[in-house]
Write a protein that binds this ligand. Structure first.
Ligand code: URA
Length: 253
């Protein structure tokens, strides 16, 4: 059970003070009767709440996939830059947060939710959830370096990086990953791109792993997280709600 003003704010009708006004104007009814008392307790599973005659659907947890553009920060608040949450401004964003962080200049898959338990399960180092990236770099790695990359590197942290996967990206992987990205391949330039799959998420990890070999990441995009993939049809800077099936799959892992 929760207060009616909280219920209305949670479904995105307005702020707590705005919804109090809507209640006063008689715009809200519960089970067919107009209600003006914002402290009335409602059961989202049983009670039928309407606003201006339209039925409301209360979802306790919300899940979105964002194709994060470069230039915005993976945070809920920031004094200077746009945040990933601000991109979802048409949704009730109050309690949403990004699941983990992508650097300001990294693009691609970012899950946004208000489900703390799912976020914990996806981020906990113990759970080893795969995250895959395409990384465009300025210098190819030698075979020996690729082997070291896979086995784990000392990048200045307390422990070496966990074993991971790395392989040269195919032409198809390059083309499909750049379909909905801001990065463009320069005509005639032989781009070097790798697919990297990590089981952890340390600060600037992909960039630091390449830097270990004197290779600089010039563009980085996340392609997958667990069983969730960024579809090539989701334009850069756009988001969509996850389907029930996708939510189920994420929770099952
Ligand atoms: N590794 C990085 O270096 N940056 C990211 O944003 C994600 C992984």
């Amino acid at each position: 059970m929760l207060r009616l003003d909280k219920y209305l704010a949670d479904v995105g009708i307005g702020t707590r003070s705005e919804v109090k006004k809507y209640l006063k104007y008689g715009l809200v009814s519960v089970n067919g009767s107009i209600v003006k008392d914002s402290s009335l307790k409602v059961d989202p599973k049983k009670d039928k709440v309407t606003y201006k005659g339209e039925d409301l659907l209360y979802q306790e947890y919300r899940y979105y996939i964002l194709n994060k553009p470069a230039g915005c920060v993976s945070a809920t608040k920031d004094g200077l830059s746009q945040t990933v949450i601000e991109i979802l401004k048409n949704e009730p964003t109050r309690d949403l947060f990004p699941v983990g962080r992508l650097d300001k200049d990294t693009e691609g898959l970012l899950l946004i939710t208000n489900d703390g338990k799912l976020a914990h399960n996806l981020l906990s180092p113990k759970k080893h959830v795969d995250k895959s990236y395409i990384a465009f770099v300025d210098k190819a790695l030698e075979e020996k370096q690729l082997l070291e990359f896979k086995q784990g590197l000392d990048i200045g942290d307390e422990t070496p990086t966990l074993p991971c996967e790395i392989k040269l990206a195919t032409e198809n992987e390059i083309i499909s990953s750049l379909n909905n990205a801001s990065f463009k391949i320069c005509e005639g330039k032989n781009e070097i791109a790798y697919i990297v799959v990590l089981k952890e998420g340390r600060y600037h990890q992909v960039k630091r792993m390449f830097e270990h070999f004197g290779s600089t990441v010039i563009y980085l995009k996340r392609l997958t997280m667990g069983n969730l993939s960024l579809s090539p049809t989701l334009p850069i800077g756009q988001y969509r709600a996850l389907t029930d099936e996708e939510i189920q799959i994420l929770k099952e892992r």
